[in-house]
Design a protein around this ligand. Structure first.
Ligand SMILES: Cc1cc2nc3c(=O)[nH]c(=O)nc-3n(C[C@H](O)[C@H](O)[C@H](O)COP(=O)(O)OP(=O)(O)OC[C@H]3O[C@@H](n4cnc5c(N)ncnc54)[C@H](O)[C@@H]3O)c2cc1C
Length: 661
């Protein structure tokens, strides 16, 4: 079987641009390329528009294919002659035909009309399957549309209908295009018109809606007809284009195998708040061909490296605008109108390309309805918290414990512990038990049990050698595991950060409770840890300060909330502090990671873990029955048992995370 150098899945915009760049750099002579495309692609199904500096390479390389290029822009009635920027328009059929000519030019390209069904990562390459046929390729560029799962609320859609209109009378100034004319009824959404004149007698006139409901056909027709009422003479509709573009920050679909690269919409190159992606695809194609020339495969997660700082400010602006379009789409008209009236069109293009300066952006926000954006900040913050219990449950628990102390001091401790014990059996123990199902992904059950027991035996040996060694090892690997789970949860998969955060959180959990920690140590025969009060306070403050700086540096809100929670937990008992963190943050995150990795429902997870949970309850009752009088003695046995159980759990969870890299 032929092992291709490259396989392109889909030959739409992104992969056509990739092929063009490979051709322009003279690389296609030496490469065997497989292309799988499920459609015939002889339709003019899209009109690609984009803007850029007139010296940008996209204009030089695509100019012969462009249908039209403009320098004058009308943004909602404000006309501007742009000095440096250009707005270009390309019909998809022109691109498809050009790409097909390339395909015919190179005998080493095999274009197959077939639909990809699956991939399989193999040592000698990626196996690409379509029904019963299998091909092999060294690198795959996958442009199938993404399956989007919006974490909160409905998905915002950009839906549009465009008519290519021809008139006998000259009706348009072909040097000027109209972008976002809001002088149409809004129907409770954000709705506007585009007019892209090709010559005085012909233009593409488009009605667009931003909102969670698609613009219905009849309404689109009504808007287009009434917009065209002002034309001189009759008109003919010579072509119709319709489309729906998801406006989301959650389009990215990465394959665990770094040799399979997501392209176009699947690679999240479409700007969520505009729906434009063509120019970014062009730039991305250049980047990828550059990597190919240098024979490098981009690493998706720099596990050992310092991760990128968190979300950028443009991501945050997009997030706010999307929240408004999701829940208050009727506000769009005012926001966009004010935006375009206050700033130059070239400046706005720079902003949309995420190249604006902070100063420019502050000036822009000063002209916008700021209360609406403040609402979006608050509302999206609460929506963000709500999506994952690990983001709010620990804080809710500590506030509940504090409230109980203030109102029912004598019952506060038992009620808080009761809640935590209930949650321990609901998700704490089950989350630990479910790693066992990892064996289904490759390891046979006996081998899995053997490995699990061997790791537990190593831990028991530590404790047998010396309780100090056992305890230290337990603290070290738990710190690593808690740090790793939190960092994964916060989108910062880095070993360095995991270790640093694990250490900080153990300091914040244990140091404020040194007397209780010493009590547990003494029952285990471990000498007391003596630290002066001053040193305890200073260490605690330094750890909190480092944690806060880290959370701000990586712009991570859940990280910041976690530090605030840990600081409040310092005032609670050790059991409540540790239980709250362990169950409501750590186990809740681990539960969520397992749920996603295995695509289980909550009920399926709970039922699968039930035998282990029942076993744990039985063990708890048996031990308690034997040693009813000494809770502290019992808790030291329990700690040893827990530490033995934890290490294999950590090992199998780490393997699960690494598989996802
Ligand atoms: C109507 C419309 C107009 C748009 N206009 C603009 C614009 O003006 N400017 C702009 O910047 N962006 C625009 N966009 C957004 C975006 O740029 C386009 O959607 C662009 O085509 C996305 O490129 P892509 O390569 O990700 O996907 P596509 O161009 O859709 O290509 C994907 C290809 O994969 C094929 N395929 C799918 N499944 C399989 C399978 N299982 N096996 C094999 N092949 C498969 C499809 O047939 C298709 O040819 C528009 C989108 C739409 C829908």
């Amino acid at each position: 079987m032929m092992n291709y150098d490259l396989a392109l899945i889909g030959l739409g915009a992104s992969n056509s641009l990739l092929l063009l760049d490979l051709h322009e750099r003279g690389l296609l002579q030496d490469l065997n390329v497989l292309i799988l495309e499920s459609q015939s692609k002889w339709k003019n199904d899209k009109t690609y528009c984009f803007w850029g500096h007139h010296q940008d390479p996209i204009f030089n390389s695509l100019r012969p294919l462009l249908l039209k290029e403009w320098t004058k822009l009308d943004f909602n009635g404000e006309v501007e002659q742009m000095r440096h920027m250009r707005y270009g328009m390309l019909e998809s059929i022109t691109l498809y035909e050009h790409t097909k000519e390339l395909v015919l030019q190179y005998p080493s390209i095999n274009l197959v009309r077939a639909s990809l069904t699956s991939f399989k990562s193999e040592a000698e390459g990626v196996a690409v399957y379509s029904d019963n046929t299998k091909w092999m390729a060294q690198r795959v560029y996958d442009s199938r549309p993404p399956q989007i799962k919006e974490p909160t609320g409905p998905l915002v859609l950009q839906s549009f209908t465009g008519w290519r209109v021809k008139t006998d009378w000259p009706n348009w100034d072909p040097s000027k295009l109209v972008l976002m004319d809001f002088n149409i009824p809004q129907n409770g959404f954000t709705q506007f018109m585009y007019v892209l004149p090709i010559n005085p007698h012909e233009a593409l006139v488009e009605v667009t809606r931003f909102g969670s409901e698609v613009l219905p056909d009849e309404l689109a027709t009504t808007h287009l007809k009434s917009y065209l009422l002002g034309l001189e003479g009759p008109y003919d509709v010579v072509h119709e284009e319709q489309g729906v573009i998801p406006m989301t920050q959650h389009a990215l679909q990465q394959h665990p195998d770094a040799r399979i690269i997501s392209m176009g919409a699947r690679g999240a190159v479409i700007k969520p708040t505009t729906g434009y992606g063509f120019k970014y695809m062009y730039d991305r194609a250049k980047e990828l061909v550059g990597e190919l020339e240098q024979q490098t495969v981009a690493r998706k997660h720099q596990f050992w490296n310092w991760p990128r700082t968190g979300i950028g400010r443009h991501y945050f602006y997009d997030h706010l605008l999307l929240h408004i379009l999701k829940y208050k789409p009727q506000w769009g008209k005012e926001i966009f109108t004010k935006l375009f009236t206050n700033r130059t069109h070239e400046g706005i293009f720079g902003f949309l390309d995420e190249k604006s300066t902070l100063r420019w952006e502050l000036g822009m926000f000063a002209g916008l309805p700021i209360m609406k954006f403040l609402w979006a900040v608050a509302a999206s913050f609460f929506a963000f918290l709500r999506t994952r219990p690990a983001r709010w449950a620990p804080m809710a628990m500590v506030l509940t414990a504090m409230g109980l102390e203030a109102t029912l001091p004598q019952y506060a401790q038992p009620i808080s512990l009761g809640i935590l014990v209930f949650m321990l059996f609901l998700i704490g123990i089950p989350h630990g038990a479910l790693d066992g199902y990892g064996h289904a992904n490759g390891m046979r059950l006996p081998k899995f049990i053997l490995r699990y027991s061997a790791i537990m035996a190593i831990v028991l040996l530590f404790w047998a050698a010396s309780p100090i060694v056992g305890l230290l090892a337990f603290i070290l690997y738990s710190a690593w595991h808690f740090g790793e789970t939190d960092m994964r949860e916060w989108g910062l998969p880095s070993a360095i950060l995991s270790v640093a955060w694990g250490t900080i959180l153990f300091v914040l959990l244990l140091l404020p409770h040194m007397s209780e920690v010493n009590l547990v140590l003494s029952t285990m025969g471990i000498p007391e840890v003596v630290i002066s009060e001053g040193a305890l306070v200073t260490t605690n403050r330094v750890a909190a300060a480092i944690g806060i700086v880290g959370s701000l540096w990586f712009a991570s809100v859940p990280w910041l909330i976690s530090i605030a929670t840990l600081l409040l937990l310092g005032e609670q008992s050790l059991a409540i502090a540790f239980g709250t963190y362990f169950i409501l943050q750590h186990s809740a995150s681990g539960w969520d990671h397992l749920k996603k990795a295995h695509q289980w429902s909550h009920l399926q997870m709970f039922m699968r873990a039930l035998p282990f949970t029942i076993g744990a309850i039985a063990l708890f009752l048996v031990i308690f029955q034997f040693d009813r009088n000494s809770l502290s003695q019992w808790s030291s046995y329990f700690l040893v048992f827990l530490s033995a159980l934890s290490l294999p759990h950590i090992y199998f969870m780490s393997r699960l995370y690494q598989k996802q890299d």
